[in-house]
Ligand binder design. Structure first.
Ligand SMILES: NC(=O)C1=CN([C@@H]2O[C@H](COP(=O)(O)OP(=O)(O)OC[C@H]3O[C@@H](n4cnc5c(N)ncnc54)[C@H](O)[C@@H]3O)[C@@H](O)[C@H]2O)C=CC1
Ligand SMILES: O=C(O)C(=O)COP(=O)(O)O
Length: 387
């Protein structure tokens, strides 16, 4: 029996994938796994029961990844599962910033009682005229799951697209249309583009990257879109740039008390991933990953531990160890198993930064006392016999 707790509402389509072995609990302190979307977890206490957290979504800046790793809690996310939802809203954001659709719709609402509205609209509409996307230059910062989709879609709208991502993955590079220009520096992108959209994670290295200096390099009247995280943009600098006309519109998916209501800012209440399809995709992936980890110890799409997958253990018994990535760990594990005359049928060891994960299949029962001996090893953070 496994206990889980949902910190945010998670799509039913995902939860349906859980077998009867999974039971919801009302106290997160009793959960083996927590499912979450954007709820902030930094101040949460984690009980020793907690083995995994699944973020049904991409951004994990709401989760204390190192604190979790230290406690042997594996954190998962669902890469790409909501990317199409975000891509479509980014395209909508570019259109909303290019033509005064919002102003026009508001005008119609304000004049709904006007019996002459059809004729008056023809006079009023010049106030809401705009420009087209075709032929304009779009800069995409961050060519991951979302950035690639945005860049490719924009080429189909006739935009001239520049991409910047110094750490682009091989997978993303394969998916990227060959029509996208490779910006070698972010400054090159800032200087050339009419629209700039950011799709990077919120990290120390990216926080505040769109600041006074970056904005100063951009073309006058640029449109900036932020569907990634509020902290990537220095909002005070953005307000100055909107006031001076340096930025024509700032489209953001992240309302804050500072930016909400600012003239020129088009603020959306974090709707990027709020589509039926994205919510279902994320939930299904999160649930699958949690179940595979709890039941078989397999790790796929973790953000604080390495991915490591040995499939099903079959007739064997499996023990998994979360530990520091340092010398002589495997030697110590195998020595303890050998002392107990245990035969290793299969084994995998992977590391990610300072942490590592070892899966060992044994062709006999694994006594709890062996797990206890392994727990005593300096640098071991958690040991689980998974079947
Ligand atoms: N508005 C919404 O509802 C949503 C927002 N997001 C946000 O969007 C972000 C990106 O999502 P995905 O594309 O799915 O993530 P991803 O991990 O697939 O892509 C991120 C890309 O950013 C690149 N990158 C990192 N630092 C960079 C830098 N300094 N300059 C240029 N590129 C850099 C990485 O190499 C990677 O290719 C998430 O971290 C999350 O914060 C994600 C999903 C929904
Ligand atoms: O996946 C992400 O990073 C998102 O920002 C989506 O957040 P949400 O699941 O809609 O709370």
């Amino acid at each position: 029996m496994y206990h889980y707790y949902c910190l945010n509402q998670i799509s039913e389509a995902g939860m349906e994938g859980m077998t009867e072995q999974y039971v919801p609990v009302s106290d997160p302190g009793k959960a083996d796994a927590i499912l979450v979307r954007s709820a902030a977890m930094h101040d949460m206490e984690f009980s020793p029961e907690l083995k995994a957290i699944a973020r049904a979504g991409a951004g994990v800046n709401n989760i204390p990844l190192d604190k979790c790793a230290e406690r042997g809690i594996v954190v998962f996310n669902t890469p790409g599962a909501n990317a199409n939802g975000v891509k479509e809203l980014v395209i909508a954001g570019m259109l909303l910033a290019s033509r005064d659709i919002i102003g026009g719709i508001n005008w119609v609402q304000e004049n709904e009682e006007d019996g002459n509205i059809a004729k008056d609209a023809e006079k009023a509409k010049k106030a809401f005229a705009g420009c087209e996307l075709e032929g304009k230059k779009l800069g995409v910062i961050g060519l991951g799951a979302i950035g690639v989709l945005v860049a490719n879609a924009a080429t189909h709208l006739g935009m001239d697209v520049y991409g910047f991502d110094p750490y682009v993955s091989v997978d993303s590079a394969w998916r990227l249309s060959r029509n996208i220009h490779h910006a070698k520096t972010v400054d090159e992108l800032y200087k050339n583009c009419d629209y700039i959209t950011i799709h990077v994670p919120a990290m120390d290295s990216t926080k505040g990257m769109i600041d006074k200096n970056a904005l100063g390099l951009m073309k006058k009247g640029v449109i900036v879109l932020n569907f990634a995280r509020d902290v990537l943009v220095n909002e005070e600098d953005m307000i100055d740039a909107l006031e001076s006309g340096q930025v024509r519109h700032y489209v953001t998916d992240f309302p804050t008390p500072v930016i909400a209501g600012v003239k020129g800012a088009i603020v959306i209440p974090h709707l990027g991933a709020s589509t039926e399809e994205s919510e279902d995709n994320c939930a299904k992936m999160a649930v699958r990953q949690i179940m595979d980890y709890l039941e078989y110890g397999n790790i796929r799409n973790s953000v604080n531990y390495p991915d490591c997958d040995m499939g099903m253990p079959g007739e064997n018994k499996r023990i998994v160890l979360l530990h520091y990535n340092k010398p002589n760990m495997i030697g110590q594990f195998t020595r303890i198993l050998a002392d107990d005359n245990m035969n290793i049928a299969d084994m995998a060891n992977k590391s990610k930064g300072g942490y590592a994960y070892t899966m060992i299949d044994i062709d006999s029962e694994i006594p709890e006392r062996v797990a206890d001996d392994l727990r005593q090893i300096d640098g071991v953070l958690r040991v689980r016999i998974v079947n």
